[in-house]
Design a protein around this ligand. Structure first.
Ligand SMILES: Cc1cc2nc3c(=O)[nH]c(=O)nc-3n(C[C@H](O)[C@H](O)[C@H](O)COP(=O)(O)O)c2cc1C
Length: 301
């Protein structure tokens, strides 16, 4: 199938932040049936992130307050270069900046690499204390950053949006009008809090974190459907996809490709191959010849 002009063997994608950027894990994801991988969000300088514990499981998924731990753009891009030794590798490099100037510098660096796509993480909820409101909640910021990045980027640009926005479809319209080539959605929800009753304390050292996994899937589906009605650019859907049926639902809601994050913790790297096989079985049983036949075909009651 085609995503933003690129041939990919399957719509499945590794979501940002899940396996970091190490070449060996990215390689395994592609071998096991993913069409694309997204790197951990890279910033100009290395970031240590928050003190642990930064991830906790609960019955609906995961809560995390990783805080954008990453080795910085220069080191990150070295791993990305290695990744391109794999035939047919397709990578989305995710970046995080504190200002539109930083996003522009990051975009210039990514454009010097072999990366296929650039994803702007405008929506991390875990660094609000440091960087204030995520840009994905502020229309003027979305317009400023996307416009600035598009003026320097030769590779397609995806804007990653937040379910915490009052009207995510409006934010997607701003991103599209500013030149974004695609929308990635949704980033983690909340802040939430998971409590250890015996210790009488939140489980995360940071107390609060972003929520991901199966419990956010119904919200992701609804918001993807809303955005699909309002923009023409493709959507890379993410949020609670754990199996083939989840991925099919997300494409029916309007996603062109589907990124898997939290399910990698639950099902291991095999999740890409099993999800692809489950999708193919569903499509064969129900008479869908191509992945693209699924996109946006949901009919409302
Ligand atoms: C541990 C963890 C780290 C994450 N780090 C990033 C990140 O660096 N950049 C980003 O854009 N999204 C990050 N995300 C969000 C995911 O890419 C994804 O949008 C979100 O978790 C919803 O998908 P899921 O339910 O399949 O996990 C992170 C999620 C988790 C669970």
């Amino acid at each position: 199938m085609i995503f933003l002009g690129k041939e990919i063997p399957s719509p499945l994608t590794l979501a940002s932040g899940i396996l970091g950027i190490s070449f060996s894990s990215l390689q395994r994801v592609i071998r096991d049936g993913a069409g694309m991988v997204t790197t951990k969000s890279l910033s100009l300088e290395p970031r240590v992130g928050h003190e642990g514990p930064v991830i906790a499981e609960f019955e609906g998924g995961l809560i995390n307050s990783v805080g954008l731990t990453n080795p910085g753009i220069q080191e990150g891009l070295k791993e990305v270069e290695k990744f391109y030794s794999i035939p047919d590798a397709v990578a989305i490099v995710s970046v995080f900046g504190a200002s539109s100037d930083e996003f522009v510098q990051l975009a210039l660096a990514v454009n010097q690499s072999k990366a296929d796509f650039l994803e702007l993480n405008l929506s991390c909820p875990n660094v609000e204390d440091e960087f204030k409101r995520p840009f994905a909640l502020v229309p003027e910021k979305i317009i400023e950053v996307v416009t600035a990045v598009k003026s320097v980027s030769k590779i397609p640009v995806l804007a990653k949006l937040s379910p915490n926005a009052n009207d995510i479809a409006l934010m997607a319209e701003h991103a599209e009008a500013s030149g974004a080539d695609g929308i990635t959605m949704i980033n983690t929800l909340g802040h939430g809090m998971v409590i250890d009753a015996i210790a009488r304390r939140p489980v995360l050292r940071n107390n609060i974190g972003g929520i991901s996994g199966p419990c956010i899937k119904p919200l992701a589906l609804k918001l993807i459907h809303d955005v699909y009605q309002r923009v023409k650019i493709p959507i890379l859907g993410t949020g609670g996809v754990s199996n083939g049926l989840d991925a099919i639902e997300m494409m029916m809601a309007g996603a062109t490709a589907v990124a898997i994050g939290t399910a990698v913790y639950d099902r291991g790297l095999d999740v890409f191959e099993s999800t692809r096989l489950e999708m193919e079985a569903f499509m064969e049983t129900h008479g869908y010849a191509e992945y693209s036949d699924l996109i946006g075909i949901l009919e409302l009651n």
